[in-house]
Design a protein around this ligand. Structure first.
Ligand code: TPP
Length: 670
């Protein structure tokens, strides 16, 4: 069989696996894999450096299917190139318990590098992966010893490029000159509602050119030689990310559905499958037909991958001999382990130091740890000095300085969220990103994917309440704590003082699965005198008795988070004077508390103490679970206001007399 015939057979094998799997599932998207099979084939068999037997080999190229609705394209490629994904899994496409879910999910299918489906996210994930590659290459490669040397590829669609998150990430990628980022754009002029003539007529190439990308165009998406040449040219361009615009036909080869939106999101249908198989000269039966020559050709990836990795392993061995310390650091970074001495550097704060905002304490913790935890990298969406996230002396990551650890995301929260996911998914780095808590909304889709994928990203959300003051209601979070807590697998921590902030960072850095959001104040808070109160380590349990009622069982429990804990402590002092036995529980994290044994939870919140008052400058939603039917909640059911922070707090009920009055009312003593 000559090469051109073999190429065609392989490309059609990808197409037909997708067609048959979608048909069997009675659901899915056949059009995208049919249109992009040729570009995927060229990329996966001639360029992509990967080892199907070891999908997590660290120096593999990364591949992102940003157009996640075309998941059968990726599953076909993984199966055909010999990943641990048997054909039976393709026959179980989209079924309960299969490893072939509707959209690619990280950690469900071997070889899937990131969860995609929400359009635009994968595009931005790839940018994070390319940043990680550049950073690690600078950190670890030494003359004559190259440890990190790979590309990040993606297939992106019209929908991806319409999404704002992709624009944010593309703009940053161009600025950062990420030359090892190579994206193939499946330009088929079709989206779900029909032709992109209705919605998307801009000159994408010119836009990316303006972003500083290297742009190429291929008029025929089935032209193997042209795709090959464009990928080569993209690799040769080291100073710019590459976009290869490939004109394709959705559902290529389906006589009735090609170039129509009908090929999107629904099986072709039995009759159309028949006609498509006729078009390609494919046998009607059996379904999931696999030509031996095609399978054998794809499976050469197994041997190639084995050799690539073996060669890399021997390079690593000589690297380890020449640079044992760096090799140990590398191993640790990849395992996401922390250096042995790191905890000793965590600062503690004294009450005498005076009041301190938790954002300031956070900055101190970060800077205390940064010299030791050398793979801790991150930054802010243009608020670094407000978020206190700058790592002093650690340099800025930029086109000329790949070793810089301060990432400047610009005013691009959504892009930042998705890039952080890419950094974490790449591995080897511990990424954090920061903005005001209010703008967590701007990055929520990316936070959700971090949570769903259980990737360890750390968010630093400052200016966490109406207490931020003069910036007013546009900047004052109200529903944000509740909204973040509503998300499964996200750990939210709102520390009450500087020492709780230290412990919060300790939790965040050791939390390996799923993101952690640190919620911090703009305004100063007293540092509790731990000689007379419980240790801040209690934060690890999510809630703890900060200061108990004097004498016997408490009459009432005051439960608070963050800045409101100090209020609860003061209210307790006043209540004590009035003969009320009040316990103060600091509850920085619901999620950490829920993970404790029942006995612990009941020790902190004894069921017998039914008078409980929660105090938090946010919507009360959810607090009922902790205060119970006889409890009360001091929260906010309105937006804030523009005035100095203490005034807004005072006016909206966050003051000692109000708390005391509500407590007494609850006890029937008003
Ligand atoms: C953020 C987001 N919005 C909407 C969707 C639903 N959706 C799935 S695919 C798609 C558009 C498909 O068009 P295109 O990206 O060009 O893919 P093609 O039809 O060419 O495969 C849409 C709107 C989504 N997956 N993600």
């Amino acid at each position: 069989m000559d090469q051109a015939t073999l190429d065609q057979l392989c490309i059609n094998t990808i197409r037909m696996l997708a067609v048959d799997a979608v048909e069997k599932a009675k659901s899915g998207h056949p059009g995208m894999p049919m249109g992009t099979a040729a570009l995927a084939y060229v990329l996966w068999t001639r360029f992509l450096k990967h080892n199907p037997a070891h999908p997590k080999w660290p120096d593999r190229d990364r591949f992102v299917l940003s157009a996640g609705h075309g998941s059968m394209l990726l599953y076909s490629l993984l199966y055909l190139t010999g990943y641990e994904l048997p054909l039976d899994e393709l026959k179980q496409f989209r079924q309960w318990g299969s490893r072939t879910p509707g959209h690619p999910e990280y950690d469900v299918t071997p070889g899937v590098e990131t969860t995609t489906g929400p359009l635009g996210q994968g595009f931005a994930n790839g940018v994070g992966m390319a940043i990680a590659e550049a950073f690690l290459a600078e950190r670890f490669n030494r003359p004559g010893h190259t440890l990190v040397d790979h590309y990040t590829y993606a297939i992106v669609s019209d929908g991806d490029l319409m999404e704002g998150v992709a624009s944010e990430a593309a703009s940053l990628a161009g600025h950062l000159q990420l030359g090892r980022l190579i994206y193939l754009y499946d330009d088929n002029d079709i989206s779900i509602d029909g032709s992109t003539d209705f919605t998307f007529t801009e000159q994408v190439g010119k836009r990316f050119d303006a972003y500083g990308w290297h742009v190429q165009e291929i008029t025929d998406g089935n032209d193997v030689a042209a795709i090959d040449a464009a990928l080569r040219a993209a690799q040769a361009e080291c100073a710019k990310p590459s976009l290869i615009i490939v004109h394709t036909h959705i559902a290529y080869g389906s006589p009735g559905k090609q170039d129509t939106a009908e090929a999107h999101g629904a099986p072709l249908g039995a009759e159309e499958v028949k006609r498509t198989k006729e078009f390609f000269g494919w046998p009607q039966e059996p379904t999931f037909h696999l030509p031996d020559e095609a399978l054998a050709h794809f499976r050469m990836a197994v041997e190639r991958g084995k050799n690539w990795e073996a060669e890399w392993q021997s390079r690593f061995a000589s690297y380890a001999a020449a640079h044992p310390d760096l090799a140990a650091e590398w191993q640790r970074a990849l395992q996401r382990e922390l250096p042995p001495e790191w905890e000793a550097r965590l600062p503690t704060f004294k009450a005498e130091d005076g009041a301190m905002a938790t954002r300031v304490a956070s900055g101190r913790v970060l800077n205390a740890l940064a010299p030791t935890i050398t793979n801790l990298i991150g930054g802010s969406a243009d608020l670094a000095t407000s978020n206190n996230t700058l790592l002093r002396g650690a340099g800025e990551f930029g086109p000329q300085h790949r070793g810089g650890r301060n990432l400047y995301f610009g005013v691009r929260e959504h892009g930042m969220g998705a890039i952080l996911n890419g950094l974490a998914l790449h591995g080897g780095v511990i990424p954090y990103g920061a903005t005001f808590l209010i703008f967590s909304d701007y990055m929520r889709p990316a936070i959700r994917l971090a949570a769903l994928s259980e990737v360890p990203v750390i968010y630093v959300f400052t200016h966490d309440s109406i207490g931020l003051g003069e910036d007013g209601p546009t900047h004052q979070p109200i529903e944000h704590l509740a909204a973040l807590r509503a998300m499964p697998q996200l750990t939210v921590i709102r520390p009450a003082d500087a020492n709780e902030t230290t412990v919060a960072w300790r939790v965040a850095l050791t939390h390996r699965y799923g993101p952690v959001a640190l919620v911090l104040t703009r305004q100063n808070l007293p540092i509790f005198d731990r000689a007379h109160m419980a240790a801040a380590d209690g934060l690890e349990q999510g809630a703890y008795v900060l200061i108990d009622a004097e004498g016997a069982t408490p009459d009432i429990i005051l439960i608070a988070t963050g800045s409101e804990v100090a209020l609860a402590v003061e209210a307790r002092t006043q209540l004590t004077r009035q003969g009320v036995r009040a316990r103060v529980v600091s509850m920085p994290s619901w999620e950490l508390f829920e993970a404790q044994p029942q006995a612990y939870r009941e020790a902190v919140l004894p069921p017998s103490v039914r008078k409980r008052l929660a105090i938090e400058a946010g919507v009360p939603r959810g607090w009922r679970d902790y205060v119970g039917p006889e409890g009360d909640i001091i929260g906010l059911t309105r937006f804030g206001a523009s005035a100095p922070g203490p005034v807004v707090m005072e006016k909206l009920g966050f003051n000692v007399p109000s708390v005391v009055a509500r407590a007494l009312k609850l006890l029937g003593r008003s």
